[in-house]
Design a protein around this ligand. Structure first.
Ligand code: COA
Length: 349
């Protein structure tokens, strides 16, 4: 059975840099608070009108296609991971297919938030292993800056997130001991409301008091998104930061160890761990727990913030370009986020 390799990788970061101090224009926060709690110094925001989640994904895809040395006509399947799509529906996959003028190939959208890339990688891996596809374009992109509460009310979330895109081309190889060795996917829906955007949605207050929509006086046509919901800022993400932190520091090491043990490795064997860039403090905790050296872990959150689905491939792409990943290296990617969902992928580069 063939193994799946990353044959090409690329990323795209929008030009506009927003420092922590820039955020003071909108909210009561400080560079010191943000750096101390998250490690973030700056993030990038997409152009408000000229760039979308899809257009950034297109740029990242072009870079990955060039790096792989293939023609876009060679691509036989698209997977697009994001939580900030251009439209509620259809997904970004078809918009990317249109923008890149690809053949009428399949386009699958993945909605697993911060774990989106690793989930998508796992899906792609199955398609490659079974021989169904030979060149899968996997794109992860986020335009968070369009959907955050920039008032002091939303500061615990808005300071963390940034915009970016990254893409990989996945191909089969018959070489032994190369490519994706295993992937591990998990979820726990008990915590779904801890990090979520409740509205607009169709839940009709079905699940939990916390995740409510104010439509008592709304007309039937307003129930999806009422004026009251907007007045109450219900159209922004919600997060219980400390609860996310507590769960993340348990699940990250667990899912990394799961991948290592499945393949008879220990943390000492790892050449590089790419943790989802949620918070530098979480990554440092995981590093300590697994007794990894600094050169075994790659972080870039200080420059980009948390770019959700794009965070792991963006870090992977930068690490690769910086010469931190060489052929034969053992690389682990691990993610945790909203859902909760968490996942890992172990690969021999
Ligand atoms: N600037 C200044 N003060 C802020 C702030 C900001 N941007 N955001 C929150 N605060 C304040 C709070 O209002 C609170 O004030 P109070 O003590 O007067 O009530 C205080 O800081 C502490 O808030 P808390 O939420 O307990 O802070 P924390 O130490 O847990 O740090 C996070 C907040 C969000 C940085 C942290 O919980 C975290 O990183 N969690 C994980 C989040 C994550 O990774 N999310 C993505 C998952 S993929």
């Amino acid at each position: 059975m063939p193994q799946t390799i990353i044959a090409g990788i690329g990323h795209y970061v929008p030009a506009q840099t927003i420092t922590n101090t820039d955020l003071l224009k909108f909210m009561d926060t400080s560079d010191e608070w943000i750096q101390e709690r998250t490690g973030i110094k700056e993030r990038h925001y997409a152009h408000r009108t000229a760039e979308t989640t899809t257009t950034m994904g297109v740029e990242a895809a072009k870079n990955a296609i060039t790096h792989a040395g293939i023609k876009k006509e060679d691509i036989d399947f698209i997977i697009f991971a994001t939580l900030s799509p251009d439209y509620y529906f259809p997904g970004c996959g078809v918009l990317l297919q249109r923008a890149l003028e690809l053949d009428e190939i399949g386009a699958l959208d993945i909605r697993n938030q911060c774990s989106g890339f690793v989930y998508a990688l796992s899906v792609a891996d199955q398609f490659i292993k079974t021989g169904m596809y030979k060149n899968i374009l996997l794109v992860a992109s986020e335009k968070h800056s369009f959907g955050l509460d920039f008032s002091t009310r939303g500061r615990n979330i808005s300071v963390i997130f940034g915009d970016a895109a990254a893409a990989v081309i996945l191909q089969p190889t018959e070489k032994e001991n190369q490519g994706i060795l295993s992937t591990h996917l998990h979820s726990d829906g008990k915590s779904a409301e801890i990090l979520a955007m409740y509205n607009p949605g169709t839940h009709a207050n079905h699940w939990q008091e916390k995740a409510y929509a104010h439509f008592d006086d709304a007309a039937i046509g307003e129930m999806f998104m009422s004026h009251a919901m907007i007045d109450e800022a219900q159209n922004f993400p919600n997060m219980d930061g400390p609860a996310v932190f507590k769960k993340a520091v348990v699940k990250f090491p667990e899912v990394i160890m799961e991948a290592l043990q499945k393949n008879n490795f220990t943390p000492a064997d790892l050449n590089l761990l790419i943790p989802h860039q949620a918070n530098l403090r979480i990554a440092q905790f995981v590093q300590q727990k697994l007794k990894l050296r600094d050169d075994q872990v790659f972080n870039n959150i200080e420059k980009y913030g948390n770019t959700t689905a794009a965070s792991i491939p963006l870090a992977l792409s930068e690490a690769y370009q910086a010469g931190r990943i060489k052929e034969g290296d053992l690389v682990c990617m691990a993610a945790f986020g909203s859902g909760f969902t968490w996942a890992s992928a172990l690969m021999r580069w």
